[in-house]
Design a protein around this ligand. Sequence first.
Ligand code: NAP
Length: 258
Amino acid sequence: MNQRAVVTGGNRGLGLGVVDRLGQRGFRVVLASRDLAEGEREAERARARGRDVIAAQLDVTSAESIRAFSELVGPEPIDALVSNAGIALDGFDEEVVEKTLAVNYFGATAIVRALEDRLGVGSRVVMVSSAMGALDGFDRRVRARFDEPASYAEIEAALGEFREHVRQGRETAEGWPRSAYRISKLALNAWTRLHAEEMRPRDVHVNAVCPGWVRTRMGGAGASRSVREGAEGIVWAAMLPRGGPTAGFFRDGRPVPW
Ligand SMILES: NC(=O)c1ccc[n+]([C@@H]2O[C@H](COP(=O)([O-])OP(=O)(O)OC[C@H]3O[C@@H](n4cnc5c(N)ncnc54)[C@H](OP(=O)(O)O)[C@@H]3O)[C@@H](O)[C@H]2O)c1
């Protein structure tokens, strides 16, 4: 039986690129899409190219959608889980912060949690992140909060402080960047490190990948890399052999600093 993959945000951009390349390499792929009709359309196109792809609805910010998705995916093992769905909104205010964290941190991690019981020895989890969340780009006070969190609760408490400082208009004074996106990826990276340790005894590989600056709706037409180039590093992490790296941050298959 071919290996099975799940890719969130699979209807366009990098997610669609990953669906296509995993399909090409013989995976049976569940293409998760917020808009089911869009997902169905892309799955149909993929099947026309000989890939084994089915679409399923998933909004990572909705507990109900996650529950239904998890049920639809069924009890069979998942060999590669790519948590790719993400947003980068314009502007900076409380609402942008809430929406961004809801998708890029809480949503991206909730779907992994929901499918975790189907990950087994040798399964790979890929958290699609960004160098914009790398620790050394931040003020030391921010770094100190996310550097070595002892628990998920600690990461979430730090995000609570971020929200509170934004609400009070004190974010700059407290050392935060005025970018919800960067903080969401910083927190996602911290979560990935903790989660990789949690999953180590089960021999599940958990890594974060930066795809570089890619020409998608998010990256814009002026970005330096094609979807194919950006997707390749994600596919690399989704296909790691047993005994391959875990708890790492990679770009193009090479480690980059957290
Ligand atoms: N492009 C870059 O230069 C770049 C650089 C570094 C990292 N990344 C990361 O790469 C990942 C993919 O980005 P992209 O460039 O491919 O962006 P994109 O073209 O804007 O695609 C984003 C995908 O995420 C989905 N999505 C957004 N909110 C969702 C939600 N609540 N539930 C489920 N799916 C949701 C979108 O679905 P809809 O079609 O329904 O909106 C879409 O499929 C993101 O995590 C991003 O942060 C991108």
